[in-house]
Design a protein. Structure first.
Length: 106
C-alpha cells in the first residue's frame, strides 16, 4: 500500500494531506501501529467528509465541500434556466471548502 511507502521514507513527514477518507483511515491505522502519535508526531488532514470516517480511532481533520451550498447554487442555476433568465453556457462557479479541525490536527 502507498501508506507503507510513505511511512518508510527516511525522514518522518510532519504532516500528510490525503485525497480521501478511505486512504486517511488506512494511514491512521498504520501510523498508530508504528506508534506514531497523531497529531503530536504527524498531522493528518483529508479531503471530503463522509459519515463512515467519523468513528476513526483519531477523529480526522478534513477539508469539506459545503454540499448544501453546492446543491443550492445548482438548484438556483436550474431554476434560472427554467424561467428563461439563465444561460446554458458553461461557467465556473466557486464554492470555498470548509476546514473542519478535529483531533488529527493540532
Amino acid at each position: 500500500m502507498e501508506a507503507d511507502r510513505v511511512l518508510a521514507l527516511p525522514t518522518r513527514l510532519s504532516a500528510l494531506l490525503v485525497s480521501s477518507d478511505r486512504i486517511a483511515i488506512g494511514i491512521i491505522h498504520r501510523l498508530l501501529a508504528r506508534r506514531v502519535r497523531v497529531p503530536e508526531d504527524t498531522t493528518l488532514v483529508k479531503h471530503a467528509d463522509i459519515p463512515y470516517a467519523m468513528p476513526a480511532r483519531v477523529p480526522l481533520t478534513t477539508v469539506a465541500a459545503l454540499k448544501h451550498s453546492l446543491g443550492e447554487k445548482a438548484a438556483n442555476l436550474l431554476f434560472q434556466l427554467y424561467d428563461g433568465k439563465g444561460s446554458a453556457k458553461p461557467r465556473q462557479i466557486l464554492s470555498p471548502p470548509e476546514l473542519v479541525v478535529r483531533a488529527s490536527c493540532p
